[in-house]
Design a protein around this ligand. Structure first.
Ligand SMILES: Cc1ncc(C[n+]2csc(CCOP(=O)(O)OP(=O)(O)O)c2C)c(N)n1
Length: 637
């Protein structure tokens, strides 16, 4: 089903087309853009509330700026659907996030209007500043550089590192703070309170309006007038505001707060700011889900990425399964953690801004003094956990595999070097699916297994996850447990927990000729593959290794003593991953076997459903079966 845009939007293929319309027509264009997003996302899925919240901002930015020459950088990029639609991608918007279709995030290779690839948060100010400094170096003094960043992403340390630099950079740069009081879940922390204060303070806003009025009048009168007014404005602001304004204190000129849904005012404000030299910040107040009542008035976390829904009634479609379903791994984590914490008062829970996504919200609700959402701050989450561990507590620090990349030094320096008992639960490990390469949890096995003291594990099912979590509470050192996005395999998952000896794998199926060694949930594909193969007359063995580090050496002696053909399977990068660990062990122990490693190859794998990506990379059930068939007929040269 191809969705037709409204009358005006139909005529817009580039921002130049947008500029042909009068200012008076912008409200209608915003309405049509919003409707087009609602029509598409309700049918094809994707992120939702964030894009609706920046419709006016998106239209105003492309109306005023000279994109793509002026550089527009979106933070995270989940709010950039309007930007994509206005910049030549309206016709293929229905392929958003679908295998082979357009990306759900800005991507340099997709469009010249996507100035910077995103998906992880809090990068926009650094990237835009880099562009601004490059323009200054090249003498391009008219070029503008704009970073659009949400209040949630502003809690990330990198945003502050960048502002600290921007404040002394003397570059043409506008930071737009899109303040909707929400991250995916409600935004947290002292910065949120500060932004609310500044938005509601009457004294502050009165001074600000006066400054703004003078500034607006003068900015049209050429550069010398601008220079004078900029000095006057600077003097007033530094006298009145500096003490009270965080951004002014960082030497960024602060403007706002303005209504982020008043497109006419935004056009005026942005036109003024364009002509004011130097780094500055515009504080826009917006509403997530704006203009679509169920999202605007309902649960904003649900409407962040609601799945498919009936756009008329606002009913989110839920599959009604005919038989009992296995739970999501994240929910097994969330419930099991509460269960463990009830028995052990040392256990604490930590998430950087993903309470719903990780299901730590279950513990936050039941034990609010023992579970923490620390904002989008992965580095802090890890070192904060390390601090808790020094005091004898047992922190379970839950971070998506791809976001953990942010906190690598903290894992090494603050946890592993001091051999602290921190349990890392890496959710979304392996292919993440429609979010694509920015979110694939491809590298964690490789980047964790080389860290001394670190135990690296992955459960094949819910029972194993529970056992590994229980085991981690007994292990006095860093312990990591990786599991994928989505469901496990056990509808009856509340199994009694037991401690697993560190480094002990298990045999799933005896066999001959070929041994399949798997790690984690992907082992279930190997079960399917062996079932297929048995019907064909082949009889491979299957081992679930459970631990990448330490490896189960006695099991490996058994495998390499018996089999000359071995296949390893992992939902992780091949380079340095689980298969590499097995081959290293084989070499070190003087065995010789023909080993085929299946996993994520050394290239960027794009977005699509998890199974589509597994198939593409040859480790879906059929891919595993095929590898066994091939190996079964080939002998070592
Ligand atoms: C480093 C990192 N951690 C976590 C996330 C997951 N994430 C995606 S969007 C989002 C909320 C962003 O909030 P905000 O910047 O305020 O944007 P809004 O959705 O409110 O428009 C989070 C936590 C991420 N993309 N990157």
């Amino acid at each position: 089903m191809i969705i037709q845009p409204g009358k005006l939007l139909a005529q817009i293929n580039t921002p130049d087309d947008l500029k042909n319309f009068s200012k008076d027509q912008l409200v209608q264009i915003c309405d049509e853009l919003r409707q087009f997003i609602v029509d598409n996302v309700s049918v094809y899925g994707g992120h939702f509330g964030a894009s609706l919240g920046v419709v006016e901002l998106t239209v105003a930015l492309h109306y005023v700026l000279n994109t793509p020459d002026d550089q527009l950088v979106w933070d995270v990029g989940h709010q950039a659907y309007g930007h994509k639609i206005l910049t030549g991608r309206k016709e293929k918007f229905h392929t958003n996030r679908i295998y082979g279709g357009m990306s759900g995030f800005p991507k340099r290779k997709e469009s010249e209007y996507d100035t910077f690839g995103v998906g992880h948060s809090s990068t926009s100010i650094s990237a835009a500043l880099g562009m601004a400094v490059a323009s200054k170096y090249k003498g391009l003094s008219r070029k503008q550089h704009v970073a659009v960043i949400g209040d949630g992403s502003m809690t990330g340390g990198m945003a502050f590192e960048a502002m600290n630099h921007a404040g002394v950079s003397d570059t043409n740069m506008i930071i737009i703070l899109n303040d909707n009081c929400m991250s995916i879940d409600p935004n947290v922390g002292a910065l949120k309170d500060y932004l609310t204060d500044i938005t509601t303070s009457h004294t502050y806003n009165k001074v600000k309006d006066e400054v703004w009025n003078i500034l607006g009048k003068f900015s049209k009168f050429g550069s010398s007038a601008q220079e004078i007014i900029s000095k006057v404005e600077g003097a007033i602001k530094s006298a009145v505001l500096k003490q009270s304004n965080l951004f002014e204190s960082l030497n960024l000129r602060y403007f706002g707060p303005v209504d982020g849904h008043d497109v006419h005012h935004l056009v005026e404000v942005l036109s003024d700011l364009r002509d004011i030299p130097g780094p500055k910040i515009l504080h826009c107040v917006t509403v997530k889900g704006k203009g679509y009542a169920p999202a605007e008035n309902g649960n904003k976390t649900t409407w962040h990425a609601p799945g498919l829904f009936d756009k008329v009634t606002g009913e989110i479609y839920k599959k009604t399964p005919t038989k009992p379903q296995a739970p999501k791994y994240q929910d097994v984590f969330g419930h099991t953690l509460v269960e463990l914490a009830k028995e052990n008062d040392k256990i604490m829970g930590i998430t950087p801004a993903m309470p719903s996504g990780s299901s730590l919200n279950i513990m936050m609700k039941e034990m609010p003094d023992r579970a923490f959402d620390v904002g989008i701050a992965e580095q802090h989450a890890v070192t904060f956990s390390a601090g808790l561990a020094t005091q004898g507590l047992i922190p379970f620090c839950n971070i998506y595999s791809s976001f953990m990349q942010r906190a690598y030094d903290q894992v090494v320096h603050d946890v592993a070097l001091q051999n602290l008992q921190v349990v890392f639960c890496l959710d979304r490990a392996g292919f993440a699916g429609a979010d694509g390469p920015t979110h694939h949890g491809a590298y964690d096995i490789a980047y964790f297994r080389c860290i001394p003291n670190m135990v690296v594990t992955a459960p094949m099912d819910e029972e194993e996850l529970r056992n590994l979590m229980f085991t981690a509470t007994k292990f006095e050192g860093p312990f990591s447990i990786r599991y994928p996005r989505g469901q496990g395999v056990m509808p009856e998952w509340r199994t009694p927990m037991r401690e697993i000896p560190i480094g002990q794998g298990r045999i799933i199926k005896e066999g001959e000729d070929v041994a399949i060694l798997t790690i984690g949930h992907i082992g279930n594909y190997a079960v399917e593959a062996t079932e297929m193969l048995v019907k064909e007359g082949l009889n491979p063995a299957h081992y679930d290794m459970r631990f990448v580090k330490p490896l189960d050496e006695s099991l490996l002696h058994e495998v390499f003593g018996k089999f000359k053909k071995v296949i390893t399977v992992e939902d992780g990068c091949l380079m340095g991953g689980f298969g590499s660990a097995v081959v290293e062990w084989m070499m070190d122990n003087g065995y010789q076997a023909q080993v085929k490693r299946l996993g994520i190859p050394d290239r960027i794998v794009e977005h699509g459903e998890q199974i589509e990506l597994h198939r593409e990379c040859g480790f879906d059930p059929e891919g595993i079966a095929e590898a066994v068939r091939e190996l079964a007929v080939v002998t070592i040269r």
